[in-house]
Design a protein around this ligand. Structure first.
Ligand code: GLU
Length: 480
């Protein structure tokens, strides 16, 4: 059987968004699952809006997500170049062929003329399509006008009354009618081919067998089918993946939160979590298990299980998935990933001078508490700074029984030596038992004295982090 070849073809007109990343991911998964080929190429024919910075950012985002590709931009390959603006010569050859075969023709209509035509059609039957005004110009006339300096566009002749049909993995058999289409432009009058034309040639010349992309491109598909037919190329399979909606079921936009992949990186989402989350936006595994590694997702991905209904971007779900992936990290890996988020915070100096041992304690204390790595900026505060007791803590510290308990605790604690959090935990337990106290009546005042607040990371970790002297110092200071 023919090897699957899929591609991701972003336009570098902005950062990589969640929707684009999902398209890239599904293509990647299809290629890796089937042992096929994944191509990444750049659709930069929108000269005004395309920027190299965006291209770089898109590539960086794909790499961050853990995607790699077998052919295309950066990695090269035998079907390059992989930027459309560097392929203009290639497109030209095929335009010439279509013109020679009279499957396409030059169109000299100006923007104003076309606008007028549109207005008239709107007023008449509301069906807007090119009238075909230039479709009958003689060769001589065309040559004369070009020689006189006019810059024509090129239009494809669209056969009227034709039914186009494709199979779409997501949408089933889709039919289109050519009657309402009108001859459409394939090369603009600045010589730059339009997306529909360039994309078909790229897909054909790069051997793409499955075009998987966002649903919004479904409406481009009939034009692309006509181009395949005019050029005499077989059509690939298609899969138009449904939209991503925000929590209010409107099309996902900035209103719903960050839309660029890099923003999620900055917020401290793990790439493997974003990978996992995006995979579930429109695809579902057969089993119940949703927290999956990259390998597990690749093993199970099936384009036939991509859903037709729109996916909803649920931030709570992403948070949950992220938390689960943080928990799965080894301590060493977690320490490595957490570090930059601390280094870029108000604690950067503290982190530089912190011993490896202390940093490990901090990491162990926080690993199961973080939703995002960037949360470490808030969670680390209690370890690294002292703070005046809050109201609730003050109230607890003002109670005479609590003060007496803390004094006794401090005295006994000063004679206690420890190396591990577990030892501290059992010390506190024993203290509670020996003095026949209620656990809550020990933990709450102790935490208030040590941290100034009534909730936070486990006390044994905090105490281990500060060590004996600092712990005692905090208790005595609170008692004063
Ligand atoms: N450049 C298009 C986009 O960014 C992709 C078109 C396609 O995949 O055919 O949406």
């Amino acid at each position: 059987m023919e090897k699957v070849t899929v591609r991701f073809a972003p336009s570098p007109t902005g950062p990589l968004h969640i929707g684009g990343a999902r398209s890239a991911l599904f293509n990647y998964l299809e290629a890796r699952h089937t042992g096929g080929r994944f191509i990444v190429r750049i659709e930069d024919t929108d000269l005004e809006r395309s920027k190299r910075e965006f291209e770089d950012e898109i590539i960086q985002s794909l790499k961050w997500l853990g995607l790699d590709w077998d052919e295309g931009i950066v990695v090269g390959g035998e079907n390059g170049p992989y930027r459309q603006t560097e392929r203009l010569e290639i497109y030209q050859q095929y335009v010439r062929k279509l013109l020679e075969e009279d499957q396409a023709y030059y169109c000299f209509c100006t923007e104003e003329e076309l606008e007028k035509e549109r207005e008239q059609q709107m007023a008449a039957d509301g069906l807007v399509r090119y009238s075909g005004k230039c479709s009958h110009l003689s060769r001589e006339e065309v040559q004369k006008r070009i020689a006189a300096g006019e810059k024509p566009a090129v239009r494809l002749r669209v056969p009227p009354g034709k039914q186009l049909e494709v199979h779409d993995y997501v949408r089933g058999d889709v039919r289109f009618d050519t009657d309402t289409m009108g001859d459409f432009i394939i090369v603009k009058n600045d010589g730059i081919p339009v997306y529909n034309f360039a994309v078909v040639l790229d897909d054909v010349l790069m051997g793409v067998t499955l075009v998987m992309r966002a649903e919004e491109h479904l409406s481009n598909t009939p034009r692309q089918l006509l181009i395949y037919q005019a050029l005499g190329f077989p059509t690939p399979a298609f899969a138009h993946v449904s939209l991503i909606l925000g929590s209010d079921h409107q099309k996902m936009s900035k209103r719903h939160g960050a839309t660029s992949v890099m923003a999620y990186r900055e917020m401290g989402y793990l790439p493997e979590a974003v990978f996992n989350f995006l995979a579930l936006l429109g695809w579902s595994p057969e089993g119940e298990q949703e927290i999956m590694t990259q390998e597990e997702i690749i093993a199970q991905f099936d384009v036939n299980r991509v859903s037709k209904s729109p996916a909803v971007f649920d931030l709570n779900k992403l948070n949950y998935i992220n938390q689960q992936h943080i928990k799965r990290l080894s301590l060493e890996e977690f320490k490595r990933r957490m570090r930059p988020y601390l280094e870029n915070s108000e604690f950067s100096e503290d982190i530089k001078t912190l011993s490896e041992e202390k940093y490990s304690v901090l990491a162990q204390a926080l690993k199961d508490r973080l939703v995002c790595l960037a949360d470490v900026k808030d969670q680390a505060r209690v370890f690294l700074r002292r703070q005046e007791p809050e109201k609730e803590a003050q109230e607890l510290l003002a109670i005479p029984e609590n003060q007496a308990m803390l004094k006794t605790f401090a005295e006994e604690f000063s004679a206690f030596d420890f190396q591990e959090a577990a030892e501290i935990k059992s010390f506190i337990k024993k203290f509670i038992k020996n003095h026949q106290l209620n656990a809550k009546n020990v933990y709450m005042p102790l935490r208030s004295a040590l941290t100034g607040v009534t909730h936070g990371p486990d006390l044994p970790w905090l105490i281990l982090f500060w060590d004996k002297q600092e712990t005692l110092d905090r208790i005595w200071t609170a008692l004063e």
